[in-house]
Write a protein that binds this ligand. Structure first.
Ligand code: FAD
Length: 300
């Protein structure tokens, strides 16, 4: 399917795209349609196509925090990963949605702007980070958030300024209401860029992301003051599961998978963990990983 707007080279919406290529967990089925717009005009073209054909929309970034249904995804999946660009105005950094966190941190330091070093090592794009409120080492992206420009499915652009209830703990309302098109962060000016670089490298090392790509980020959100990894440990969730997916003993709120694992197996593992924590501790876990497409409870 071709979008109406001409561009160099032509912008194509792919039919039957294998989503395993766009998910860190490398599981899941095909997207009915898949689009990777490079700018606002192409985003509007995809929205127009979706409107004309009454196709549901699913928005993703780098695919490092999604679980795609084995049955595939109905409608158009839009990845904003190809939209790049960073500008600096004083202590404000404005990034296009597809900019990788790592690149943003490097550019910020080059411009003597700091504050993001603690989240160095988190894979994925700035739009994904804002949508899930990515955090590590006591620093959440929301700490530095200034505003975000978001296109809603009707094609209108909205600016979400910083306001205190924009982010709950590890969550955000922004990603759910449209397509994040740019993110402005308010950073901390510093002349000590050598120190910032060293801190960044140290945080990357301490994060320990195994070389294997089939490893998830944090599956569940913390429940108030209670850390999700602690809750999982208390409910004896990590360890052998009999599935080709397991909660890690080392990082109890993360899942790693074995060859041939399916999204259904990961989903089953998540359901079993949720039930175990609720039964043992009376706490209902909230998911951080975004489920894409429809899932059935196969344990029933
Ligand atoms: C090995 C590993 C380690 C990780 N460690 C951490 C960690 O320490 N801390 C942490 O917080 N996370 C961690 N993660 C999770 C993940 O990297 C982050 O959540 C990241 O910010 C997701 O970015 P993404 O571009 O891949 O988003 P995706 O996975 O593509 O999407 C995530 C969510 O963002 C939404 N979204 C993405 N782009 C847009 C857009 N343009 N507009 C609207 N909504 C959008 C999607 O709808 C989805 O709900 C880890 C993941 C892996 C695989």
């Amino acid at each position: 399917m071709r979008a109406t707007r001409s561009h160099q080279p032509e912008f194509i919406v792919t039919e039957g795209y294998d989503m395993r290529h766009h998910s860190s967990l490398e599981t899941g089925g095909k997207a009915e349609y898949y689009a990777k717009p490079r700018d606002e005009g192409e985003v509007l073209s995809v929205l127009e196509l979706a409107y004309r054909r009454s196709l549901p929309l699913t928005i993703i970034g780098g695919g490092t925090h999604i679980l795609v249904s084995d049955e595939g995804v109905e409608g158009i999946v839009i990845s904003t990963e190809a939209m790049k660009g960073i500008s600096i105005k004083g202590d404000m950094l404005i990034a296009s949605p597809g900019e990788m966190l790592e690149n943003i941190i490097n550019v910020a330091i080059e411009h003597r702007l700091t504050g993001l070093e603690e989240i160095a090592g988190i894979p994925g794009t700035i739009a994904g980070a804002i949508s899930v409120n990515a955090n590590a080492n006591g620093r959440a992206i929301s700490d530095l958030f200034l505003y975000s420009d978001v296109i809603t499915p009707d094609g209108r652009m909205h600016r979400y300024p910083h306001y205190s209830d924009a982010f709950g703990q590890q969550s955000s309302v922004i990603g759910q209401s449209g397509i994040v098109m740019s993110v402005a962060l308010s950073l901390i000016p510093s002349i000590n860029t050598a120190d910032a670089r060293m801190r960044k490298e140290a945080f990357i090392e301490s994060m320990f992301i195994p070389p294997c790509r089939r490893f998830s980020g944090e599956i569940f959100r913390n429940a108030g003051d209670m850390r999700a990894d602690e809750l999982l440990r208390l409910a004896s969730v990590p360890g052998k599961s009999g599935l080709r997916a397991e909660f890690s003993e080392y990082q109890p709120n993360s899942i790693f998978t074995y060859k041939g694992c399916t999204s259904d197996e990961i989903y089953t593992l998540m359901l079993e963990a949720e039930r175990k924590v609720e039964k043992t501790l009376g706490i209902k876990l909230e998911r951080s990983l975004t489920l894409i497409g429809s899932f059935r409870d196969l344990t029933k």
